[in-house]
Design a protein around this ligand. Structure first.
Ligand code: PLP
Ligand code: LYS
Length: 428
């Protein structure tokens, strides 16, 4: 538990505000975020970057919008100076709607449509992270039609094992992401000869929830080697984007400290630059998501029923896989805390939702002292929680509240059933 979440008089608080009171006021399921935690997490990146800033090295931390895309969260990070890593035109529109600068946006993703590319060019985004040769041609064509130059970087697949869950590993040969390392040189040469392409960088993202930075530094070395090869071909890059991926503590994991990781990375890049390209300046970019938003939020849910089937105890709660998909999708582990502590003997429960799927569970075999109507906090749910929520079983998505300086703000209200079918129509 971070210092933002603590028990006071046996009631769980977030930055001094009672979660029980928030559950009563806003109802459950409810996502609750701490602005303080969010900003502190972002500053771990930004402050270390500032330490290494010079006339030869600059950097931009591009928050990965997909991890939590609520407008209030984007707005806060934008005010902190963040850029944004997006994967769709919708995410670009969110960044703009949140009042943030589209020129600090990098556009990743394997399937950018012509419309999305056009939208990004119209808003003059920082650059496209290209994931295939076919995409390069499409971007050049759209840019030509619009009379624009597209700044591009190739997402290279360095074939490094990130040692994380296979579903969230992205930098291996068998993954769909990026361009094979061996083909990168040819892609760059082709890009350099295209009329409406401005080759500016190189990028990779090898996976998510990495606890150790060794695979990231290994990937960096491979990128630096490619930058050298490109330089020999007369192609000079302006930035290196190492992606996101640093993990968080869900249970007892001990991820590398962000400042340690960045210090190692900047030092390596600076040594390489001094040795190989002393007159050149270089930008470093990062795309962190989970390590900024993950432990800044939790999900509140109320126990509806306690039930025992063949000796197994279930706590049936009002949140479900549609609210927090990570346990059903990756068997992800989230800590479960009672919002009000009770005295007594603990019982082992599976925490399950009301959705009609056996895979609808949030946690298994948790020792808890609870009764029906109690409120539980599912911890570390700020990243890939609400962002991956759906309306399965015609369930309105949870509301979201952000706590700032002793006040709670509703940053997304609960959906009503009417809103869920408002876009549909029956045949005439
Ligand atoms: C291209 C890209 N960048 C950044 C991220 C953010 O990763 P993380 O939340 O692990 O920092 C992801 C998700 O894994 C991604 O696919
Ligand atoms: N959604 C995943 C991470 C995928 C990251 C996206 N590239 C999770 O919850 O852990």
């Amino acid at each position: 538990m971070t210092q933002h979440f603590s028990y006071q008089d046996d009631t769980l608080n977030i930055d001094g505000i009672s979660l029980k009171e928030l559950a009563i006021e806003y109802g459950t399921p409810l996502y609750v975020y701490s602005k303080k935690a969010l900003v502190e997490n972002f500053r771990q990146y930004a402050d270390t970057c500032k330490r290494f800033e010079s006339d030869k090295i600059h950097s931009l931390v591009c928050y990965s919008v997909k991890s939590n895309s609520n407008l209030a969260i984007l707005n806060i990070l934008g005010q902190e100076g963040a850029g944004f890593d997006i994967v769709s035109g919708g995410e670009l529109q969110r960044v703009i709607a949140a009042g943030c600068d589209p020129r600090k946006v990098i556009f990743s993703g394997v399937g950018k449509t012509a419309n999305e590319i056009g939208l990004a060019l119209k808003h003059d985004i920082h650059c496209f992270n290209i994931e295939s040769f076919a995409e390069l041609h499409r971007i050049n064509q759209v840019a030509q039609e619009m009379g624009k130059q597209a700044r591009v970087s190739f997402r290279v697949n360095p074939n490094v094992d990130p040692k994380t869950h296979p579903y969230i590993s992205t930098g291996l040969k068998e993954n769909k992401f990026g361009i094979p390392y061996e083909e990168a040189l040819a892609c760059y040469k082709a890009a350099a000869s295209m009329t409406n392409i401005d080759v500016t960088g190189i990028d990779c993202h090898i996976g998510s929830q990495l606890l150790d930075d060794a695979p990231l530094l290994e990937a960096l070395d491979k990128l630096l080697h490619l930058v050298d090869q490109l330089s020999e071909e007369g192609i000079t890059l302006k930035h290196i984007d190492i992606g996101g991926g640093i993990g968080i503590t869900y249970d007892d994991e001990k991820p590398v400290a962000i400042s340690d990781y960045l210090t190692r990375l900047f030092t390596r890049v600076e040594n390489w630059r001094k040795q190989k390209h002393p007159d050149q300046s270089i930008g470093l970019m990062f795309e962190p998501g989970r390590s900024i938003s993950g432990n800044a939020g939790l999900l509140l849910t109320q126990v509806q029923y306690l039930k025992t089937n063949s000796d197994k105890n279930f706590a049936i709660v009002d949140a479900a896989m549609n609210d927090l998909m990570r346990p059903s999708l990756y068997e992800a582990w989230h800590k479960v805390l009672p919002v009000s502590n009770r005295k007594g003997e603990a019982t082992s429960y599976d925490i399950v939702g009301p959705v009609c799927e056996s895979g609808d569970w949030l946690a298994k075999q948790r020792e808890l002292v609870i009764q029906a109507d109690d409120i539980l906090a599912i911890m570390s749910a700020g990243a890939y929680g609400m962002a991956m929520a759906s309306n399965y079983n015609t369930r309105g998505r949870a509301a979201e509240v952000l706590v700032d300086n002793g006040n709670a703000y509703l940053i997304r209200r609960r959906e009503t059933p009417e809103e869920l079918f408002a876009l549909e129509s029956v045949l005439p």
